[in-house]
Design a protein around this ligand. Structure first.
Ligand code: FE2
Length: 433
């Protein structure tokens, strides 16, 4: 007798598996003491397939969006709830941001943003006052000086084109520019500086053959020259300055800025190879390492330096300092083995002295993207908190941990126990108020 072993997709197992219920709980057990100045919503998005997908082809990036949020008021966690994202044919699953008093779930590749209310219900209302030419992106960069958000948007159905979009503080399209590319590149993130928006035209492009075979339709492409483009966002009539770089992929920029010499510095998590043999998710081929690219517009030269030997992902900085040089960055450690990931460190990069502070979780625990929440009336850049959903494999439960960002190695100042586990997901925001 022959038995066929059932294929187990790692992105449907353990805490990658979806949750099936939408819960609302108001009495949340809390260990430690929540700071009295915490007023706002912590909310995070992630894929949560609502109908069982085909396990042999399911990719982590696919699946309906599910929001998990906790409302804070004067040192109390008022409620936890989770709600699926679904409106106007979009189940945006990748990010959730606050902008101009609104809450939006976001996705890339042409999917529409979904407006969400303060109870996390999806709304059948147009996003961004119906001013966008088409879908947005999963990642936007906030420019504190103007209150605008900026994004690079791709859509493989539109061919070799990218759109730069700025949405003003009035929640309306402020400017946009169409950009032609030589390939149908996957452009997950972007970065901002004082004068530029950075374009990541890297080594993953649309793969028709994977689409035909019903796999996630983007793959490593050695034939496509990886490059970073600088678009002058204050004068869109200027051409883009391109810098060819070694083959790689970047899902996430930690930050970018211009130094005193006018050079553009990008710090981001670099994958040496990805989506090549592995068709199901981002991990399994090479780990992501924090890397700095220094681009000199005058000489058209670029240098590349790995910043640390700890693999990490989901980088964040202070939300008002995107595009400016920061002293600190934060990220999720992803362990040392691409095939046996562990997310049980939260990292704080002290950029001035290359020191990395580590919050080490218990072996059974795995964290998610750490979001920096500035303290009310903070004086120092790192005066605030790091929030992260943490899954306990032994108990099959999740909690939200709150770390003191000035002392990340210490025990959490508070842990909020949640009524169900929160699957590993992608990105979230702290929305004050
Ligand atoms: Fe992302």
């Amino acid at each position: 007798m022959f038995s066929r072993k059932k294929f187990e997709n790692p992105y449907l197992q353990g805490n990658y598996a979806p949750v099936t219920s939408s819960l609302h709980q108001t009495e949340l057990p809390c260990r430690g003491t929540l700071p009295a100045d915490l007023n706002g919503l912590f909310v995070r998005n992630g894929p949560n397939p609502m109908t069982p997908p085909k396990a042999s082809k399911h990719h982590w990036f696919v699946g309906d969006g599910m929001l998990h949020g906790i409302r804070f008021e004067q040192g109390r966690a008022l409620w936890y709830r989770n709600q699926p994202v679904s409106a106007n044919g979009s189940t945006a699953n990748t990010h959730v941001i606050g902008h101009a008093g609104n809450l939006y779930a976001l996705v890339e590749a042409g999917g529409a943003p979904v407006k969400v209310d303060d109870q996390l219900n999806s709304l059948d209302e147009p996003a961004f006052e119906n001013t966008l030419p088409r879908g947005l992106s999963a990642h936007t960069k906030f420019e504190a000086a103007t209150g605008s958000i900026h994004a690079m948007c791709y859509d493989f159905k539109r061919g070799y084109r990218l759109s730069y979009v700025e949405i003003g503080a009035d929640n309306r399209l402020a400017q946009h520019k169409e950009i032609k590319l030589p390939s149908q590149s996957m452009v997950h993130d972007c970065a901002l500086t004082e004068n530029y928006i950075l374009i990541f035209d890297l080594s993953i492009t649309f793969s028709p053959s994977r689409l035909i075979r019903r796999y996630f339709p983007f793959a490593w492409n050695s034939k496509h020259q990886a490059r970073i483009g600088l678009l002058h966002r204050k004068d869109l009539s200027q051409g883009i300055t391109w810098f060819d770089i070694a083959p790689c992929y970047i899902f996430h920029a930690m930050n970018a800025f211009e130094d005193r010499a006018g050079r553009v510095i990008l710090e981001a998590m670099r994958y040496e190879r990805i989506f090549d043999q592995n068709k199901l998710g981002p991990f399994g081929e090479a780990l992501p390492y924090p890397t700095r690219w220094t681009m000199d517009v005058g000489t058209r030269s670029v240098t590349e330096d790995q910043l640390d030997d700890r693999a990490s992902e989901f980088p964040r900085v202070h939300p008002d300092l995107e595009g400016q040089e920061t002293q600190f960055g934060y990220a999720l450690g992803v362990g040392r083995d691409a095939n046996a990931l562990d997310f049980n460190q939260i990292l704080k990069y002290h950029r001035r002295d290359d020191h990395v502070a580590v919050h080490q979780l218990a072996p059974s625990k795995m964290a998610s993207e750490p979001v920096f929440v500035p303290k009310h009336d903070a004086k120092a850049e790192d005066e605030g908190y790091l929030m992260s959903y943490v899954f306990d494999q032994d108990k099959n439960t999740s909690e939200l941990i709150v770390l003191d960002a000035q002392n990340v190695a210490a025990e959490p100042i508070a842990c909020i126990e949640l009524p169900q586990r929160v699957p590993f997901g992608f990105h979230g925001s702290w929305v004050p108020g």
